[in-house]
Write a protein that binds this ligand. Sequence first.
Ligand code: FES
Length: 352
Amino acid sequence: MKTKLETFLDNYDEKRWFTAIEKLLPAIHDVDKNAVQIWFRFFPLELFRYLQSAEDKEKAIQKFVMQGNYELKNQIDSSHEFLYGHRFWTATKAEIQRRAESFDNDNKQNNEIADLSGLIEQIAQTVAGKSKVDKSLTTGIAAVALMTLVQVGFEDFKNAKGEIEKPKGLLTKSPDQIVKERLKDDSQGILGFLKSIDKKFTVTYDETTSNAKFQIIYDEELATGSARNQSKNWKEMDERCWEGVIPVECRSAACGTCWVGILDGEEKLSEVSRLERKQMKVFGYNQPAEAKPFLRLACQAKAYGNTTVVIPPWNGVFGKKIYGVEDVELEPATTSAKKLRETVTDATKISK
Ligand code: FES
């Protein structure tokens, strides 16, 4: 049986969640401003609700060519590691658990919670007070934790250990320092101003570890730079990563495999082309309307400076069914791209 808090949250669809997050954005520290919006795109409520009510969930997942770790219930304590606010997860989870168990009483005491953003703020305020930090650092994780409750249910939420590792990498620094570090571009040397096409920059793909970076050349797509970094066996870590740390398939905006969130430096990427804009809708990824938004296809976005990205744990093609996207001119090419790769692999085997 659902708790009263879950029943209250059931009144909110994805659009209303986005409205609540937008309302809270000015009060969220820059360190997590993009991160929280990205997280909500990585775990879309409408997709979750569709799959939950699907007669044949497995069939729907196949139809949406979903690959990777798309279920939030498998990553309750970890899906938000890229948020600075992740360090307040244990306290936030405990506060939500407490509220879920006494939602009616809390409402009476607080003279009713006006809306979703009000509830998020209240949770963030309590956690900030207990953790002795500013509310701007706990608001993002409070929103994420509430949505996690919606998608995993109270029992699983409560039973998750709630344990987190100590911050590592860049995330050991203060929020202001992290923002400052992200904004820096690599020096191009004394005569750097004379360089044009041979400028080199850095893409950070995981701020929680020290060396999670790859080099990118001026005007190069993120996926191309990622493919050159062979420092690890990426495929062993994620079978979608057969080329580099960013999963790819078609390299032509046709499959949706390579979507990434841009934690910072989105202004140093190329503008979204008409093809990318249209395909993001087809895939179902909620890319904001800006010319340089925080959600991109790595095979399309070209870099002109240092950027920090976060790689989602899954990909799929569900825009038509979930959001009613029409005007699909290009077929999702995941299957054909896979076939092509298998054919190439087979051909290589034969010739050996
Ligand atoms: S690799 Fe297929 S859309 Fe980018």
